[in-house]
Design a protein around this ligand. Structure first.
Ligand code: F6P
Length: 552
């Protein structure tokens, strides 16, 4: 059981939550005109980031109380263990050192894993990536027929897809011209087929991205992509049209990819934390290597902040403590991630893997039940689109949840008239979710409207119940300066360190993912039955019925 559960800090937080549970957020605002000032946090590092927590179900006493949990769990001690390269991924006996991948620049000293400084290896791969990007961008790297590359297809899934895919979309405004970057992940042939339909083999280059180089989806897509290429250009073309990113360079070679075209990373980089490694190659190709270095520098700035800022000023610490507060003391079971940014449209999906694969667990580091709810379900869509889809339920569906609004002060595509409206909608939604609308307010509004209305109108008393908004839905708003590589790097690192912190607080190994194995295991045993190679046996009746149905 997580050690913090029996701590005095937990008991204090429980008592504090008890007093807050029945208070409406609008009353908390009414009682304290300085609430926003007291419950918002800035991170200034040249640009100003603003984290507004005033619409969370907290008072100015809450976070200081929760810091007791941070201290009880010894988060600083775990940070030190991570940075010392200790195998804190204890079920896989691995170090967790994705921070080494951005430990570059002037201050970056050695970082050790099992007595070996990993920084020279990190720098060597970055140099190789830089050289490759330059060759592709300058047209020095040519396809088998001598033409320059115009299209990159990244084949990977999970951490070998979601991070680079999200970052490429997020940085659309920073793309280099004349090079298109595509992503294929799904085992469904529709993903690869529809991508290739618009491409020509002579000018297409594939990146096969897989930490293990065994993942079924990626290996199948890579095999089909190679067949597509060699059907047009012959086997000899593979060397000019396929590169790989992996920790398993022997398997890369066995697949037929030239070792010179392979970019290494290491087992101390978890899949969902691997964007900063050579897994980020498609991002570097999309935005240029300088842009990729800026992404790393942004992450590095957030690392410094996380490692040094006191918990009450520390953005990852605060996000983690608020998540724990909502999950364990307020009882919220989902969190909606709502970026008011089309470019951050894939952030909810990315965070689903980062947070849910890391913290969707109940067995702690001692093999025991954690003893309290862990991570809520994470989902979301960019605003304003979601407003015209699921926000109805957020406002009147009667389910309590927490929302996370993310917006940028400056637009990345400054079309006149758009950004102000976008921000007005973002702030309006968090305000409406917080304060709601009472029956008296609804009735007054309807009565006033009825007086100015011509013709027959429905009676205000009839309509009023439908126009009541309970409100009281807590939310956080994160206001970023703008969306550029530096800011995005810091934003992703913010969530990575939030995950790390929650792992420590809940006493979980946030770096393994055993939960995804069982389904893979069953799929492997069903495949020969579906292919008709072995009889259907030892399966439940539903599975047997479904297999029979596809065979008939
Ligand atoms: O879904 C399980 C998982 O292992 C993820 O953690 C990982 O990001 C993904 O599969 C892809 O793995 P690989 O990079 O080894 O192909």
């Amino acid at each position: 059981m997580t050690p913090i559960l029996h701590s005095p800090a937990w008991k204090h937080a429980e008592r504090h939550a008890h007093g807050l549970r029945d208070q409406h957020l609008r009353d908390l605002f009414a009682a304290d005109p300085t609430r926003f000032q007291r419950l918002s946090v800035h991170w200034n590092h040249g640009d100003d980031w603003l984290l507004d927590l005033s619409k969370q179900r907290i008072t100015p006493d809450t976070l200081p109380l929760l810091v007791g949990l941070w201290e009880t769990a010894d988060v600083p001690g775990w940070i030190a263990r991570m940075r010392a390269g200790e195998p804190i991924n204890h079920t896989e006996n691995r170090a967790v050192l994705h921070v080494a991948l951005r430990n570059i620049g002037h201050a970056g000293g050695p970082l050790m894993v099992a007595g070996h400084d990993v920084m020279p290896d990190v720098r060597a791969v970055l140099d190789k990536m830089r050289g490759f990007c330059d060759a592709i961008h300058s047209g020095k790297w040519r396809g088998a027929t001598g033409e320059p590359i115009t299209d990159i297809v990244n084949i990977g899934i999970g951490g070998s897809d979601l991070g680079p895919r999200m970052a490429t979309q997020a940085l659309s405004a920073h793309r280099v011209p004349h090079l298109r970057v595509h992503y294929v992940a799904n085992l469904d042939g529709a993903d690869l087929a529809t991508t290739l339909a618009n491409l020509t083999p002579r000018t297409t280059l594939f990146i096969i991205a897989s930490k293990t180089f065994t993942t079924q989806e990626t290996m199948q897509n890579a095999t089909s992509a190679r067949a597509w290429l060699t059907a047009a250009l012959g086997d000899v073309a593979v060397a000019r049209h396929f590169v790989a990113v992996s920790t398993a360079l022997d398997r890369v070679a066995a697949f037929g990819i030239d070792p010179d075209n392979a970019f290494a990373f290491w087992d101390w980089v978890g899949g969902r934390f691997s964007l900063w490694s050579a897994i980020g190659l498609p991002v570097a190709l999309a935005i240029g290597f300088k842009g990729f270095e800026e992404l790393l520098a942004g992450a590095r700035a957030m690392d410094e902040h996380f490692f040094t800022a006191p918990p009450l000023e520390n953005l990852p610490a605060i996000l983690a403590l608020i998540e724990l507060w909502n999950a364990d003391f307020i009882g919220l079971q989902t969190r909606a991630v709502l970026p008011y940014s089309q470019s951050l449209g894939l952030l909810p999906r990315y965070l689903q893997q980062l947070e849910m694969e890391s913290l969707g667990k109940q067995i702690d580091r001692d093999g025991k039940l954690v003893g309290c709810p862990t991570l809520p379900i994470i989902w979301g869509e960019p605003g304003t689109n979601g407003q015209h889809a699921f926000y109805q339920l957020l406002h009147q569906g009667g389910r309590a949840l927490s929302c996370e609004f993310i917006a940028c002060r400056e637009p990345d595509f400054p079309l006149p008239g758009h950004h102000e409206k976008l921000l007005a909608n973002c702030f309006a939604q968090s305000s409406a979710l917080m304060k709601g609308k009472t029956e008296a307010e609804a009735l007054a509004e309807l009565t006033a409207a009825a007086q100015t209305q011509e013709g027959v109108a429905l009676a205000p008393t009839f309509l009023a119940p439908y126009k009541i908004f309970p409100g009281n839905q807590p939310s956080t708003t994160l206001l970023l300066p703008r969306l550029d590589p530096h800011t995005l790097g810091a934003l992703i690192a913010l969530y990575e360190h939030k995950v790390f912190t929650l792992g420590v607080l809940w006493h979980l190994d946030a770096f393994d993912q055993w939960g995804v194995e069982y389904g893979k295991q069953i799929a492997n045993s069903l495949l020969p039955m579906i292919e008709g190679k072995v009889p259907v046996a030892n399966v439940d009746s539903s599975t047997a019925g479904l297999i029979a149905a596809i065979k008939s």
